[in-house]
Design a protein around this ligand. Structure first.
Ligand code: PA5
Length: 448
């Protein structure tokens, strides 16, 4: 039986003037009620809150069946999507998978690749070359169905898939995850007869990992989506408003980070000690950055992979401007066992570590870093997971989502919109001469 992930607030409260976050309880509980009763800003995007506990076995079976079809027909699956239509799936697949799984298929599972998340000509060209001769399929994920990066990749991938595999097979190995009615992805899926899944209207992109947006690619990669959903549902119960403030991890995290922000800690650095968690960092950055960074407010969400980045960002964190706090994701048990090797010459002087688990060295690096950073004036929070498996990741996902909703409301912003994302798109379309953007094109010309 897996344990629940737990939040250790450690020394972080000692950085606050009243050494406590108890005073936040009424505001946090009010935010929770506003979420539950859908009286908050963005209340048409609260579908994520009880998603995990309400997914039906039939829905999960449909996703698994589609994944099975793709797994049987493909050695490679390209997931096209960006932002919330991409990061959750990648975070879970990389956290659970072999670190080298993307290099080649292990025979049992397809290689999962990601596209549609950039406009890099070299990247797309190299992807096209890589896919030549491969039995590949495509999951085209876009809620709006019109996102430039994803639409560009899908044009290329669809054509190549049809050319390489024939129209009939392409129809079996291209799947759409999109809006129920609108957008180019929906129109194409319906016209071509692709299998498709609907992204619920009331679930925004960055909260959509437990919809087919995340679940289908994760199932294609061979991971247990039922355990993922169960972990999220169990964490939903742990973070419910009825759970007392001092025992509620989402409430504690939201209150503490808000208190630190108010005390001048404007940057939160999410830290991991497992390279597999790199994309969990990326997913978290989007979740918090897009939810909170608005109206001139919001903690800047940064992230590092330790110990790697101790050799690059470590100096800044130890000694730079004291505006940061850290939240460390700590995994208690690695899945593999590897011992520090003996070396007869011992030129590096490390034989004293011989026979120790590599993870023990990693854990001492983590503890040593935490102590050093606290000494350097960096408040430290710690999220402890028993192991990296689907159940624990499901918990982690829901914990961060729930805390994000509360945190955004404490900040008095709408956590569920992202109006700022449109500004670059408007300029890009004006610069590219998109029909309908003539006035913006003129305005930009005056500035250049
Ligand atoms: O969180 C969000 O809403 C965004 O990051 C979107 O997911 C992203 O822009 C992709 O949009 P779409 O799914 O419409 O292609």
């Amino acid at each position: 039986m897996s344990k629940f992930i737990r939040l250790e607030t450690g020394n972080a409260v000692s950085f606050l003037s009243d050494q406590s976050i108890a005073a936040y309880e009424p505001r946090v509980k009010a935010a929770q009620q506003a979420l539950e009763q859908a009286t908050c800003a963005g209340n048409d995007f609260l579908g994520w809150m009880h998603l995990a506990s309400s997914l039906t076995p039939e829905h999960l079976a449909d996703i698994k069946q589609t994944a099975q079809t793709l797994r049987e027909l493909c050695d490679t699956i390209v997931v096209a999507g960006i932002g919330g239509s991409y990061l959750g799936a990648r975070a879970v697949i990389e956290a659970l998978g072999n670190s080298f799984a993307w290099l080649q298929s292990d025979g049992a599972n397809p290689v999962i690749l990601f596209a549609g998340n950039n406009i890099g000509e070299d990247y797309l060209s190299e992807l096209t070359t890589y896919l030549r001769g491969r039995k590949f399929g495509v999951i085209n994920i876009s809620k709006s169905g019109t996102t430039t990066e994803t639409a560009l990749a899908f044009r290329l991938l669809r054509k190549q898939c049809e050319d390489q595999r024939g129209i009939e097979t392409a129809r079996k190995v291209i799947v759409a995850v999109t809006d129920a009615k609108k957008g180019a992805a929906r129109t194409t899926a319906d016209k071509e007869g692709y299998k498709s899944f609907v992204i619920p209207d009331n679930v925004g992109g960055r909260f959509s990992v437990l919809t087919p947006v995340g679940l289908l690619p994760i199932a294609c990669a061979g991971f247990d989506i039922e355990a993922l959903v169960k972990g999220a549902a169990d964490m939903e119960a742990c973070c419910a408003p009825e759970v007392p403030f001092d025992q509620n991890p989402a409430e504690q995290y939201a209150a503490l980070r808000h208190a630190l922000y108010t005390a001048g800690k404007k940057i939160e650095i999410l830290v991991n000690y497992q390279p597999k968690l790199h994309c969990v960092n990326e997913w978290w950055k989007q979740l918090y950055g897009e939810s909170e960074g608005k109206d001139g407010k919001g903690i800047f969400p940064a992230a590092v992979d330790f110990t790697t980045d101790l050799h690059s960002m470590g100096q800044w964190i130890q000694d730079g401007e004291r505006t940061v706090f850290e939240t460390v994701i700590s995994v208690e048990q690695p899945n593999a066992t590897l011992l520090f090797p003996h070396d007869d010459e011992n030129l590096d002087g490390l034989n004293f570590l011989e026979g120790k688990r590599v993870d023990e060295v990693n854990k001492m690096a983590e503890l040593g870093t935490r102590l050093a950073h606290i000494d350097g004036g960096v408040p430290n929070l710690r999220i402890v997971m028993e192991r990296l498996d689907a159940y624990n990741l499901g918990q982690l996902i829901y914990f961060f989502e729930r805390a994000c909703g509360i945190s955004g409301l404490l900040l008095e912003v709408n956590p569920f919109n992202q109006p700022g994302v449109e500004a670059y798109k408007k300029n890009m379309f004006a610069l590219l001469g998109k029909p309908g953007y003539e006035a913006e094109t003129e305005a930009i010309k005056q500035r250049l």
